[in-house]
Design a binder for this molecule. Structure first.
Ligand code: FMN
Length: 362
């Protein structure tokens, strides 16, 4: 199985299955000399854990990160950093009755066609649990970025078609205190009602997440095939259940005009200043110095308690009832994963930029 390594200079390899022994990652290319502890990684992993709220799975995992290598006396050494998280609350028996059936909306059928066999326990490699690897690596990437004055924040902007509209930067900063990661109290209340209805209907809901990277200097990104926006889109589309990505005005720009969509530029108090940010902070695949703004569409959770039509491994029609513990909406749990993937892309872009020019541009 290829495709488990991401990034060129800050290179992350993810391993492990949902109901196997453990999940984790190996990071090669982390600069030496940075203070790093398990608590740095834990802080991000805790954001990925199921919340206490009604929308989330009841699988109770501690998700305790253990650093196996690459850190000496509290500092990164430049050697590969291996991080492992044990699986503690796996219940393969939940999947025994559907071991030979393909769950609609999951990778069961396609993995079977590709490999001729599959780990049916919770989707194996295609499980959301694999994203622990990305969050562990992303925690380190976020720490590197913070040292360069770059911060990444995010929130859920929509669940079940209910949009968060009235919120401030302060609400965004506290978003992980809200079970839906929605920074708008009124929208959050409506979402709670929608989630309750969805549970009764044995159904699930989709959502939209927004990620913002602030303090990104102008000049990051490698044209032409590795444009910064292309890399961010690839990084986010690589997360399970993400079915669409937009940068800045995104799909909305198709309905706009050049005069409205272009972001005018002025010099204000001696500094370059854009008067709007429809580009989402990226022009020609290179960061403009504005905030990078990205949104991703998250599909409704595939595992629903309703009876569904499917087929078996021996190609016979069947009905399936997916038991086990699943989130009504995955968007709140995809959020920290997406933040971390954007962080990994930006760290790679920063490291790549070290060799991009001899002299400073004006
Ligand atoms: C953090 C996270 C948690 C997830 N949890 C669930 C879940 O509880 N139930 C489910 O059906 N899918 C869950 N998924 C999504 C599936 O992994 C994904 O939809 C499936 O593998 C099919 O891949 P695709 O949607 O990208 O085509 C989760 C994804 C992520 C990133």
């Amino acid at each position: 199985m290829a495709g488990n390594t991401f990034g060129k200079l800050f290179k992350v390899t993810s391993f492990g299955e949902s109901h196997g022994e453990a999940v984790g990652c190996v990071i090669d290319g982390c600069p030496a000399g940075m203070a790093l502890s398990e608590s740095d990684i834990q802080a991000e992993l805790d954001k990925r854990k199921p919340s206490e709220g009604i929308a989330s799975t009841k699988r109770t995992e501690l998700d305790k990160a253990k650093i196996l290598s690459g850190v000496f006396e509290g500092k990164t050494t430049g050697a590969p950093i291996a991080i492992i998280v044990q699986n503690e609350d796996s219940r393969p028996k939940d999947y025994g009755s559907i071991a030979k059936l393909f769950r609609p909306g999951h990778a069961d059928y396609t993995y079977f066609k590709k490999y001729g066999l599959r780990d049916y326990r919770g989707g194996g490699r295609s499980s959301g649990r694999e994203t622990i690897a990305r969050v562990a690596a992303g925690a380190i990437a976020k720490k590197i970025l913070a040292q360069k004055g770059i911060t990444i924040s995010g929130f859920v902007s929509e669940i079940g078609g209910i949009e968060a509209k009235n919120f401030s930067e302060k609400d965004v900063a506290k978003v992980y205190e809200n079970q839906f990661r929605v920074p708008d109290k009124e929208a959050s209340k409506k979402i709670e009602d929608a989630v309750k209805k969805s549970i009764i209907a044995k159904d699930s809901l989709g959502g939209i997440i927004e990620i913002r990277a602030s303090g990104v200097p102008a000049g990051l990104g490698e044209p032409v095939f590795e444009k910064l926006d292309a890399q961010i889109a690839g990084a986010l589309m690589g997360i399970g259940a993400v079915k669409g990505v937009e940068i800045g005005a995104g799909f909305g720009c198709a309905k706009s005009t050049g005069s409205k969509n272009n972001d005018p530029i002025r010099i204000v108090k001696g500094e370059v200043s854009f008067m709007s940010n429809n580009a989402g902070g990226i022009l020609g695949g290179v960061s403009s110095g504005q905030e990078i703004i990205v949104r991703a569409a998250v599909k409704p959770t595939s595992s629903i308690a309703q009876k569904q039509k499917t087929i078996s491994e021996n190609m016979v029609n069947a009905d399936i009832e997916v038991i086990g513990r699943h989130d009504v909406c995955i968007a709140p749990r995809v959020l920290p994963v997406a933040e971390c993937m954007v962080a990994i892309v930006l760290v790679n872009a920063l490291l790549e930029n070290l060799g991009s020019k001899i002299s400073e541009s004006k």
